[in-house]
Design a protein around this ligand. Structure first.
Ligand SMILES: *Cc1c(COP(=O)(O)O)cnc(C)c1O
Length: 417
């Protein structure tokens, strides 16, 4: 692969080839990552990247848009079919810009948004003080219940009644339980708030029928397309018809310039893949694998936050393991297991060196891992953390990781030569 690039710019070509090798040789457990199909890769690397097409299909500010119109319409139609959406905007460049555009579409500066606390599984874009959005909108935060591990819906309702938010926001990046959208919608109706779900992490599970779908119920639903949905890096907004104009205007010209049509083509390709029956099997297997990893880790005395997982990820509190999240992430890197450090609810430690790690099954499920493979993964993680000072043991674990990854070839059609 990369025959032209290798000649013209060997430094970049070499780094890309090394990255392919890295991806092949690690057990990838970052829950927000996945491996796109060769067809998605091909679309991303296409001549569509050359095209300007500000505006929307049928109403653009540039000439020569007849082909990208076909592509963007297909992306929109397929997304509508996949999620049962009334209206879809496929132009957001990623998850964060999708959320920002949605806020500006629905709200005025200073309006109140009720979203989940970051350390309880919320996302930076849901009002973290380090973001500019937190200076523009008034974010207040609900939390999960310590005993049940679930969102504290009663507390959420009390906060909604007291603070009268314009928007109630659900959808998380580290929370591992199903969401009661009906209950949220009831609370929102009671206080006359709009509803927004950010399904960035679980979109593929929803598309594959393995989790509940908020799209028919909620006003606005934002997502990334590159996590469980297994498409290109990008974002998308779905909404009720009555918000369609506002949403489209907020994305362009409100917030973004020209859409990335190569990316939109790749989204369309991924949506077609997600409509196929095999994708339902994939979504189901992601959950089975997460359960298998959970069972193994629980037996090895790991503390799973929120009580259990009902999606693709596990948030683990390592405080009983005498190791921090940062240390664990670095140690696991040494044996080619990739994951990320993560805050646990009300974490006493700092974000750059928190108490937990976050593990997910989507990427390795794409490679073909089944429950028995994830039992091995749980065991390898435990042994790695137990043998943190034993270089020989760590080298042995790394060999076992390499052996396992070799059984599940990644992009066999791509040659590193
Ligand atoms: C990943 C994520 C985002 C942001 O997506 P980017 O593509 O990284 O900008 C937004 N919300 C949630 C809940 C996420 O998990």
């Amino acid at each position: 692969m990369l025959n032209i690039l290798k000649n013209q710019d060997p430094k970049i070509a070499d780094a890309i080839i090394l990255e392919l090798e890295r991806q092949r040789n690690v057990i990838e457990l970052i829950p927000s990552e996945n491996f796109v199909s060769p067809a998605v890769l091909e679309s991303l690397g296409s001549v569509l990247t050359n095209k300007y097409a500000e505006g929307y299909p049928g109403s653009r500010y540039y000439g020569g848009t007849e082909n990208v119109d076909v592509i963007e319409n297909l992306a929109r139609e397929r997304a509508k079919e996949l999620f049962g959406a009334e209206h879809v905007n496929v132009q957001p460049l990623s998850g964060a810009p999708a959320n920002i555009a949605a806020y500006f579409a629905l709200l005025e500066p200073g309006d109140t948004i009720l979203g989940m606390d970051l350390s309880h599984g919320g996302h930076l874009t849901h009002g973290s003080p380090v973001t500019y959005m937190s200076k523009i909108f008034n974010f207040i935060r609900y939390k999960t219940n310590k005993e049940t591990g679930l969102i504290d819906y009663e507390n959420l309702r009390q906060m909604a009644i007291e603070n009268k938010p314009k928007l109630i926001l659900v959808g998380y990046s580290a929370y591992s339980r199903e969401i009661d959208y009906e209950k949220i919608k009831q609370i929102a109706d009671e206080v006359k708030a709009m509803t927004m779900a950010d399904i960035a992490h679980i979109a593929g599970l929803i598309a594959g029928g393995a989790m509940k779908n908020p799209v028919p119920l909620f006003d606005v639903v934002t997502t990334t397309t590159h996590k469980t949905l297994r498409g290109p890096r990008g974002g998308m907004i779905m909404c009720k018809e009555k918000f369609a104009k506002q949403i489209d205007k907020a994305v362009f010209p409100g917030f973004q310039g020209g859409p990335h049509e190569h990316n939109i083509a790749a989204k369309a390709v991924a949506f077609k893949e997600a409509i196929q029956p095999e994708f339902r099997e994939y979504a189901k297997q992601i959950l089975l694998n997460a359960k298998a990893l959970e069972k193994t880790l629980k037996e090895l005395d790991f503390k799973i936050m929120f009580g259990q997982t009902e999606n693709h990820l596990l948030l683990i509190d390592l405080s009983n393991k005498n190791i921090s999240g940062k240390e664990a992430q670095e140690l696991l890197d040494k044996v080619n297991i990739t994951c990320n450090k993560n805050m646990i609810p009300d974490d006493p430690r700092k974000p750059m060196d928190p108490s937990g790690i976050r593990l997910g099954t989507p990427a390795m499920t794409t490679r073909g891992f089944k429950e028995s493979d994830f039992e091995i993964v749980g065991d390898l993680i435990s042994r790695t953390l137990e043998n943190k000072a034993d270089e020989t043991a760590l080298a042995e674990i790394k060999n076992e990781v390499l052996e396992l990854t070799r059984k599940f070839p990644l992009y066999p059609e791509l040659s590193a030569k």
